[in-house]
Ligand binder design. Structure first.
Ligand code: ZN
Length: 158
């Protein structure tokens, strides 16, 4: 029987080989945000279509290591169709999961945050949790999420 680490490796490789929501959106009306992780050379472009406080569509292009690209794929699948508030909460929960010291989410500390974190951990995203053991790779995993946050800010001020 394969161990959990093997299962996680499979999930990451699946998203790397068959990335979800790959492609581009016309910008405008979509937001286009580029992210770059100089430590590893990862590049991500996030296209974000936000209207009425909802993330209607997400597309991703880019290149880089399997962690950065699979995380982007998982991110796109996780936030598509969510409200902007839910997407922001997911970003916080994911980055909380990626923080080395399992610190509590800043300014949250309530049941809603715990529930969100549980949701993140139950999905494919949990597969990325092993990355925490390799601090250099954390930036690979969080790149697309930071880029998404930028896109949400951009959409809010558009
Ligand atoms: Zn990387």
């Amino acid at each position: 029987m394969p161990g959990l680490e093997d299962l996680y490796r499979e999930i990451i490789l699946d998203h790397y080989r068959n990335p979800r929501n790959r492609g581009e959106l016309a910008a405008p009306p979509a937001q286009r945000v580029e992210g770059y992780n100089p430590l590893c050379g990862d590049e991500i472009v996030v296209y974000l279509l936000v209207s009425d406080g909802e993330v209607n569509d997400v597309k991703i292009t880019g290149q880089g290591c399997s962690i950065s690209q699979s995380s982007a794929s998982m991110m796109s699948a996780a936030v598509k169709g969510k409200t902007v508030d839910e997407a922001r909460a997911l970003i916080r929960a994911f980055k909380g999961m990626m923080s080395i010291h399992e610190s509590r989410l800043e300014g949250e500390g309530d049941d809603a945050a715990d529930q969100l974190l549980e949701e993140v951990k139950l999905g494919d995203l949990e597969a990325l949790q092993g990355v925490v053991k390799f601090p250099v790779r954390i930036k690979c995993a969080t790149l697309s999420w930071n880029t998404l946050a930028q896109g949400l800010d951009q959409a809010a001020s558009a």
